[in-house]
Design a protein around this ligand. Sequence first.
Ligand SMILES: NC(=O)c1ccc[n+]([C@@H]2O[C@H](COP(=O)([O-])OP(=O)(O)OC[C@H]3O[C@@H](n4cnc5c(N)ncnc54)[C@H](OP(=O)(O)O)[C@@H]3O)[C@@H](O)[C@H]2O)c1
Length: 281
Amino acid sequence: MDKYVLITGSSSGLGKSAAQKLAQEGFKVFAGVRKQEDKQALEQLHSNIIPVFIDVTSDESVNRAFEKIKEHTDKLFALVNNAGVALAGPVEYIPVDILKKQFDINVFGAIRTAQKALPFMRDIDDCRIVNISSMASYGIFPFISPYCVSKRALDMFFNFLTLECKMPNLKVVSIKPGVVSTPIWNKSVDASLKNLENLCEEGKKKYAKEFDFLMKNALKNTEKGLNPQDIAELVFKVLTVKNPELSYNIGKDSVFARLMSYLPVKISNSLVKAGLKNRIG
Ligand SMILES: NC(=O)c1ccc[n+]([C@@H]2O[C@H](COP(=O)([O-])OP(=O)(O)OC[C@H]3O[C@@H](n4cnc5c(N)ncnc54)[C@H](OP(=O)(O)O)[C@@H]3O)[C@@H](O)[C@H]2O)c1
């Protein structure tokens, strides 16, 4: 029997790689997109890929996507909550609207999609929700706090789902990649530069050096990270092993972030501050 998987945010990066890998392995993949040209590109990628328009911040869009899915099946084996953006800014000055936007996509979007997906999962023996979280979930990256906190919140909400949900057939998994070379970094720089323009003069001046460092580092990440295919392989593993772990780290930087999270906050804060001072001055 066909196994259907929905992946949100499949236009590029990890989502696109995962859609291609799963399609090649025989899954039927509903690949979430927001633009016509991305739909066409995905249709060409593999015949097992069925693009669906889905903006995770909109009830209407998510409802429509599931109506489309229902035209094919009423049983979903897995949801991969992958859609995401990374927004940056100093807590002292960042406009609250940016925090809301960050949460709207990375957190509420994933919950909204999962709430619609769960009824499609109830009557099958084994089903999975895979969240593409991040090493950012460990909360040790100053100036990208909106992103870090959104990933922590995502992990916490879905852990509560695991504790509460009366579906023994459901396995919820968090994948926490380190840096991966995808368009997210360029997009994040563009968005952050816009945010910076919106900061008050005092904020701009006070954090100019840190922002400059952050932007340069983000641009480096477009090249120095893991290959998105590495994450696609891991998504495939998580969907095919009998008993997946609750959480996976992928990338040395992600393992390092996890180890840091075992330290008392006082000590990890000192190490992070020393690291920042060393790199920024
Ligand atoms: N790259 C990394 O280093 C890294 C590391 C750890 C975790 N991650 C996570 O991996 C996931 C994928 O990111 P990526 O690196 O592959 O970046 P990406 O190439 O920029 O992909 C992000 C995807 O999310 C989609 N998206 C954004 N807003 C959306 C919305 N409102 N509704 C539906 N889809 C939306 C984008 O669609 P459009 O093209 O239409 O904007 C795109 O398909 C994210 O959750 C990210 O946090 C990435």
